[in-house]
Every structure is written in C-alpha cells, then in structure tokens.
Design a protein around this ligand. Sequence first.
Ligand SMILES: [Zn+2]
Ligand SMILES: [Zn+2]
Length: 394
Amino acid sequence: MKNRLIKEFDNIKDEMLSLSKNIHENPELCFDEYKSSNFIKELLKKHNFIIEEKSGGIDTAFKARFKGKEDGPTVAFLAEYDALPEIGHGCGHNLIAAVSTGAAIALSKVMNETNGEIILLGTPAEEGGGGKVILLEKGEFDDIDYSLMAHPSTQALIGRGGLATTGIELVYRGISAHSAAPEQGINALQAVIQTFNMLDSIRAQLPNKTNINGIITSGGKASNIIPDYAACRFSVRTRNFEDLKIVVCKIKNTIKAVEMLTGAKAEIKVGSVYAERYPNLTIGETYKKYMEEQGEKIDYPDPNAKIGSSDIGNVTLKMPAIHAYFKIVDQQIASHSKDFTNASITDKAHESALKTSKALACTAYEILTDKKLREKIQREFKENVPIYESLSLE
Ligand SMILES: [Zn+2]
Ligand SMILES: [Zn+2]
C-alpha cells in the first residue's frame, strides 16, 4: 500500500509544483491570503475533497475533508500560506502548503480501502496573527486526532521545540506642556523610556531563557512639546507558559512602578499566547524513517540552539502533532530574509518538499492503520504534555 501511496505522487507532483509557484508569486499577508487559499481549495476540489469555507469565522481559513471506508481516527495536514511584508515568502510557506496538500491528495487515493478521515486544514496568519490559536478557540481542531506539518529550513530536523510567546502593546498618557516649563506637564515618553530601563534592570531576576525585545512606536510630535502620548510594543519569549505568566506579571508590576514615578497613566494590551511546543517524537520517528528511506538524513536539534515560536505550539498541547523541518538549501541563510524567499522556489526546495510530502503521507497512513502506533503516540502525549486550564494572561 505504501508503494502505491508513493506512486500517487507521480500523478500529482506537477500540481504540487504549480501550487507552490502560484502561492510564491502571489505573496499575501496574514488574514489576507485569498488567492493562496483559493489555489489550495481549487486543487482539493478537483480531487474530490469536501470543502468547508471560513473555518473559525476566518475568511481565508478552510477545512477540506476526505472520508475513508469506515469510521476511524482523523489525521489533519496543516497548511500555512501567509507571507511577510516586503520580502514575500521569506518563511517558505508556499512549500508548507504544497507539502501538506500533496500528502492529503495522495493519501485520499487509498482511503477507499482505509478507515478514518483525512483533513487538510488551511491555517492562515501564522506570522503574527495566530491563525491556529483562533481555530483552536473556535473548536476547529475538536474533530481532529493528529496534526502533521513540515516547515522548510536550512536543516532537516525532528523534535525541535518552540518557546512560549506573547506581544504587549503599551500606551502611556500624560499631559502636554511647553518644553520650557516641563514641570507643568507629564511626560509620556519619559514613562516609555523608564519602562525600557526598568525592564533591563530586572533581567537578572527573570526565568532562564527569557527574551524581551521592545520597540518605541510613538514618542512625541515635536521636541518643544512635552509629549502627552507615547507608545511601545514588546515581544516576550519564555521557555513555557508558566514562565510567561511570571514574566508578564513582572512587566505589569514594572509598568505600575513607572506610573507612580512619572504620573503618566498606562494602558496595556496583552496579545494572544503562542504556547511552547511539544513535538510528538513517536510520530517524528515514523516520519524520520520515511525520509531516510528516501536518502534524507534527519537530525535532532542542538539543545543549545536558539529557537523561535509558532502557533503550532498550541496545537501540540491539544493533540499529538509534529512540525518537522526539511532542508531546502545548503548554505546557512537567515529565515525571514530575501535569500530565504529565493531559496523557497528552487528545484532543490521542490525536490525536498516532494520527499517530505511523501514521508508525511506515509506517516499519516501508518497512524490511520496501526493501532499499536496510535497507542504509543497517545502514551507519549499523556506523559509529556502539560494540561493548562487556559492560556489567558489576563
Ligand atoms: Zn516565519
Ligand atoms: Zn514559517
């Protein structure tokens, strides 16, 4: 059966390639991926998937279903397809879309002999919009048992984690005055500057591996006016959600201290949480086996390497899931760069994407058909993944 599955790719690889090229040529920002989501939906419709539009109330999210012979587990392939401002597909999400869509279509061709269901879930706005967080909150993952996806990279990896993260928008309001008589006003910019300085001064007390990066988004209009309004924005990263709660609490206390010191009044908006990631190693090892059968070496990450964050973390809290990395370029280039945009459309990238798609399809097939494997996956999930009551920081 797996040979048949792999053979199916001979029929669909041109469609996968065109899909990747079409999305790459039409980069769309988060929540605005109308063309990209349509390219995927059209292809899935052609292959007899049933499409549910606007999943979770998001215009560019969708769910495409293909039911098997009888009831059984449901495996979803997750497709991302948003791009970045100015640099286009500098994170290579055109390849993610092609890999997941290809795997879903190939697997659909053997579902008349297989129990369960496959879903291609279109998950927009990974780059900052938290598409998967919204889809989780709206229950769009409730009928899914396992989630699979793979991301292009300069390395081929399984088992890489991700940090918990959130964004904080902070506004200070003061009172404007002539700069010749600053004592008559309340300087909102001073409050912003003090916030940055105080956060620097408490760094040593923050949990290990905490990372806070801030920018000033508004700092006054003229140098002869004491600014009555100033604003800044922070990205906060921590090892896990528990640490994130501690750090956000400390930031809020810092802001209170600044209010007291300066007299400015703060308005704080904490964004949604991308949780830390728990990649399921049992699924990862299965995927690794199919990549290695195709001559691709897969590594485990260096535990000291810096890692980022993604809304897949929240999915890994809900169900066994993987977010593997496949190698599309030999040189060390930066993600979120023009170089990566160019690397995401080469023959080498597409060759690697095709192998990855085959491995994901075979992994999903094994999950659908091997009860023992499912038990092992679930056991690992129960042992390793914490249960958080909620991911709220309010
Ligand atoms: Zn990215
Ligand atoms: Zn990405």
